[in-house]
Design a protein around this ligand. Structure first.
Ligand code: C2E
Ligand code: CA
Ligand code: CA
Ligand code: CA
Length: 279
């Protein structure tokens, strides 16, 4: 309905209109990107304290024909809001599972795991569990090498439903990790209810662990909590040896960050991280 007044004027503010247009443009570009093969999966190594490779996290990138490499911060939220995250997520899941199947064929790579980020909208989509299992079957990936990274935002929804879905996948061997731990709103009670295998300490804490006493205390507390709950821990965003020393001396056994390797395309990942036989 047409109405004269201040609100109408504000809506047609040219700057705001430009933002709305840019967003609509990005949405239609992204819709095409998913189907035209412009998305690519990068892999970042996860290592133990001896620098041995344990696996990788799959991180999506968008090779935009005009804009070059577009990072997830510029399109994941939009994908989530528009529902495009479902198709995007399917692409990443399939690519990661194909990679697991390829690695399984070689004794020097068959132990490696791949972690895939799953957004709340994707996880709550009705077909999610069946789809993951279908992809695992079709690609021949070993589901026990697949880890799904969930965020605490998922706990804002129906927790019983979340637990049910997680159990269905866990029955097939799929693992679960709680990403960005410490920055969200999850209560410890929920943490115990979820059938998790792993926590990932958010990089904002790891970043200042040597200079900020509060962050050091938080990281130590998360490590102790995880160990008491018998969960694996990955420290994210590890950028230097000093951070590694602090983390190792507080019992951390898994690391991810630029110090160990940046996210790179699969060919570079395999070239850089030359694999070792299973321990
Ligand atoms: P995340 O899941 O927390 O992924 C880790 C992010 O930290 C990655 O950013 C990675 O490049 C960056 N990072 C790793 N090590 C370091 C470090 O040492 N220092 C610093 N400063 N940063 C580091 P990226 O790839 O830009 O991804 C950003 C976020 O986008 C991810 O955060 C994740 O939430 C989301 N995302 C990425 N790929 C996917 C996907 O396939 N599906 C979904 N749903 N979300 C994704
Ligand atoms: Ca993640
Ligand atoms: Ca994270
Ligand atoms: Ca801080």
């Amino acid at each position: 309905a047409k109405s004269a007044g201040r609100n109408t004027q504000r809506f047609f503010d040219p700057q705001m209109q430009a933002q709305v247009n840019a967003r609509a443009h990005l949405e239609s570009d992204l819709r095409h990107a998913i189907h035209d093969g412009e998305l690519q999966v990068y892999y970042q190594p996860v290592m133990n304290g001896h620098g041995q490779l344990l696996g990788a996290e799959a991180l999506v990138r968008w090779r935009h024909p005009g804009r070059g490499l577009v990072m997830p911060i510029e399109f994941i939220d939009l994908a989530e809001q528009t529902g495009l995250i479902v198709d995007l997520g399917t692409f990443v899941m399939r690519t990661a599972c194909e990679q697991l199947a390829a690695w399984a064929a070689n004794p020097s790579t068959q132990c490696l795991t791949i972690a895939v980020n799953v957004s709340p909208r994707q996880f709550r989509n009705a077909g999610f569990v069946d789809e993951v299992l279908a992809i695992v079957d079709e690609t021949g990936a070993d589901p026990s090498k697949l880890k799904l990274e969930l965020t605490e935002n998922l706990l804002l929804g129906d927790v019983n439903e979340t637990v049910c879905r997680m159990r269905e996948l866990k029955e097939r061997g799929v693992g679960f990790s709680l990403d960005d731990f410490g920055v969200g709103y999850s209560s410890l009670a929920y943490l115990k209810r979820l059938p998790l295998d792993q926590l990932k300490i958010d990089r904002s804490f790891v970043n200042d662990v040597l200079s900020d006493v509060n962050d050091a205390v938080i990281v130590r507390t998360i490590l102790a909590l995880a160990h008491n709950l018998e969960l694996e821990v990955v420290a994210e965003g590890v950028e230097n040896a000093g951070q590694v020393d602090f983390l190792v001396s507080n019992g951390c056994e898994r690391f991810q960050g630029y110090h160990f390797g940046r996210p790179v395309p699969i060919s570079e990942f395999e070239r850089l991280h030359g694999f070792a036989p299973c321990a």
